[in-house]
Design a protein around this ligand. Structure first.
Ligand code: ADP
Ligand code: MG
Length: 235
């Protein structure tokens, strides 16, 4: 896998919240590379800095110290305009599905297509319906989120994140609100689509039952990214 250029290349990232005497360091000398099509799971206790790191990678927060490259583009010192461009290449899946309640499943996905590309409405509808079919919701395209289960809503969120075939998907505890079986289904769908589309996934989870879908596991503790759990096992 390492003969390819990384999607994400992070070196010596530090991050702080607060100002003056309240300034507190949250991330310490983070180094991480993620390659195309790779599924990386990040575990670690609550408050250890996982969401902060994800928000930096996703261009939702500015890099304060260190280097973070997305497809070779440096995000340290990048303009807001560049960060907006970057976000178009990333699919986001959050713990809460963040769907719009007044839009149907198809319209929620379609909105992501239309925000990103100049496509005809017909093509956007076609792409959205295909993606909903890929996550097993072909019978539910015209349902509103309120009439669907938690697992189904999260599958719409997956369809929305992947419909533009981004090179990277960031998922922050996507199974936290789901029961065991729905959580399992959701990550297996993500895994299958990621492999089909060569999308890299960085997935934060507390859920030990889904660790087996990862190509690699990393652990965050007190703002430090510890050595690969995978490597730890191998050595
Ligand atoms: P995790 O996702 O691993 O639970 P977070 O990245 O959310 O960790 O938080 C790491 C630390 O940073 C925690 O101590 C949290 O309270 C603090 N923190 C998170 N967001 C902010 C913020 N916007 N302002 C100040 N402190 C924050
Ligand atoms: Mg978090």
């Amino acid at each position: 896998m390492n003969n390819k250029e990384p999607i994400i290349s992070i070196s010596n990232i530090n991050h702080y919240y607060g100002r003056g005497s309240l300034r507190k360091q949250i991330l310490f000398d983070i180094n991480l590379e993620i390659y195309p099509g790779e599924i990386v799971i990040m575990t670690g206790p609550s408050g250890s800095g996982k969401t902060t790191l994800l928000s930096l990678i996703g261009g939702l927060r500015s890099v304060q110290e260190g280097s973070l490259k997305f497809l070779g583009n440096e995000l340290y010192g990048a303009s807001q305009h560049k960060l907006v461009q970057l976000r178009r290449n990333i699919g986001y899946i959050f713990q809460a599905h963040n769907l719009l309640g007044f839009l149907t499943a198809r319209q929620n996905v379609q909105m992501a297509v239309e925000l990103n590309h100049y496509v005809s409405q017909q093509e956007a509808i076609h792409k959205s319906e295909n993606m909903l079919k890929a996550v097993g919701l072909q019978e539910r395209v015209n349902y509103y989120p309120d009439n669907l289960s938690g697992g189904q809503k999260q599958r719409i969120a997956i369809a929305r994140a992947l419909v533009n075939h981004p090179p990277l998907v960031l998922a922050d505890e996507p199974t936290a609100a789901l029961d065991k079986q729905s959580g399992r289904d959701v990550v297996e769908i993500m895994q299958r689509l990621a492999k089909e589309q060569e999308t890299a996934i960085l997935l934060v989870t507390h859920d030990n039952r889904i660790l087996d879908i990862a190509d690699r596991i990393v652990e965050m503790e007190d703002g430090l990214l510890t050595r690969d759990a995978q490597n730890k096992r191998d050595h």
